[in-house]
Design a protein around this ligand. Structure first.
Ligand SMILES: Cc1cc2nc3c(=O)[nH]c(=O)nc-3n(C[C@H](O)[C@H](O)[C@H](O)COP(=O)(O)O)c2cc1C
Length: 312
């Protein structure tokens, strides 16, 4: 089975993806990249497509609502990537308000047009990530699959939930099995895979690959474990130190690649980015609640090192 790191806005930057590749991921996606942002020349948007050595095979995920923007964005994806993915599943208000993300899971014909537009401006394979449809009484999964196949998509990722479920509630593996049985292109299944049991249940739906999102945030080595390659457990402190090293390296790469743009200094870059990850690494460990309280006020690299050392 192939295991894939999900696109997670705010989390799956190059440093975290590198960690997940070391943890056994076979493929990973960028955070979602705004097609309109790229079309308007936004530097922070472009920086989301930066990669670093040590990463494996990558897909770049685009979100957008009109054909010209997504076509422009697809043409702007660097050759380093081996796939471009269209986001048709994100339920965040800012995204659906502009007609993108989960709004597209209600409109297979629009999905078709956007994928065609993307395909017309890149030689890279184009794929779709979507949901089962807007809500349980409007299952559009087979229509979405059909739209992707007609548009020439090289694969589809289905988060086995409806938009109305956001990120909670049961996954519908029966519907995923229906999609997998019907599909002519590879199907990646996604939704609440957290351990061997949930991975086996998703594999039984007949998918070609399994995508893991939130579970990887606390445990970037989950991929190896799901494959049965039990790794010696790394302490949370060692994991933090490794992650921090990759972040600082990534920050230097960004600063070198964007000399005219403001890339935050190492201190604040690392503090902001690590802040979102740190407490997940320590979750469930003794003293995690106290640590969490301290992390809320972290501003500098020195404070992060202090916290890690104090914990050790
Ligand atoms: C914090 C967060 C950020 C996310 N960002 C994206 C994104 O940028 N693009 C996308 O397609 N899905 C995004 N998702 C959805 C995930 O990719 C995935 O479909 C969802 O979390 C279900 O998988 P899981 O149960 O393994 O986490 C995000 C989810 C979370 C929790």
């Amino acid at each position: 089975m192939r295991y894939v790191l999900a696109p997670l806005a705010g989390f799956t930057d190059a440093a975290f993806r590198r960690l997940c590749f070391e943890g056994g991921a076979d493929f990973a996606y960028t955070e979602m990249v705004s097609a309109a942002g790229l079309a308007h020349g936004s530097s922070p948007t472009r920086q989301l497509m930066e990669t670093m050595p040590g990463e494996g095979a990558l897909g770049c995920q685009i979100f957008g609502a009109n054909e010209s923007d997504v076509a422009y964005a697809a043409g702007a994806v660097p050759d380093r990537f081996s796939e471009i993915n269209l986001n048709a599943g994100c339920p965040v208000r800012k995204v659906v308000k502009e007609g993108a993300g989960a709004r597209l899971a209600e409109d297979p014909e629009k999905v078709y047009r956007l994928l065609r537009a993307m395909k017309g401006s890149t030689r890279l394979p184009v794929t779709l990530k979507t949901r089962l449809g807007p809500r349980p009484d409007r299952n559009l999964s087979l229509e979405l699959l059909d739209a992707a196949e007609r548009a020439g998509a090289a694969g589809v990722v289905f988060h086995a939930r409806f938009t109305s479920q956001m990120h909670g509630g049961a996954t519908h593996l029966d519907l995923l099995a229906e999609i997998a049985a019907r599909a002519k292109v590879p199907v990646t299944g996604n939704g609440s895979v957290v351990d061997a049991k949930s991975a086996a249940a998703m594999a039984a739906a007949g998918v070609d690959a399994i995508m893991v999102g939130r579970a990887a945030l606390a445990d970037p080595f989950i991929f190896a474990r799901l494959k049965g390659n039990e790794q010696p457990a790394e302490s949370p402190a060692a994991l933090c130190a490794r992650h921090l090293g990759y972040l600082l390296d990534f920050r230097d790469r960004l600063a070198a690649a964007y000399p005219r743009d403001h890339v935050p200094p190492p201190d604040s870059f690392a503090a902001v980015k690590m802040h979102t990850h740190l407490f997940r690494y320590f979750n469930g460990r003794p003293g995690a609640a106290k640590l969490r309280a301290r992390l809320n006020s972290v501003r500098t690299l020195a404070e992060i090192y202090d916290i890690i050392h104090a914990y050790v």
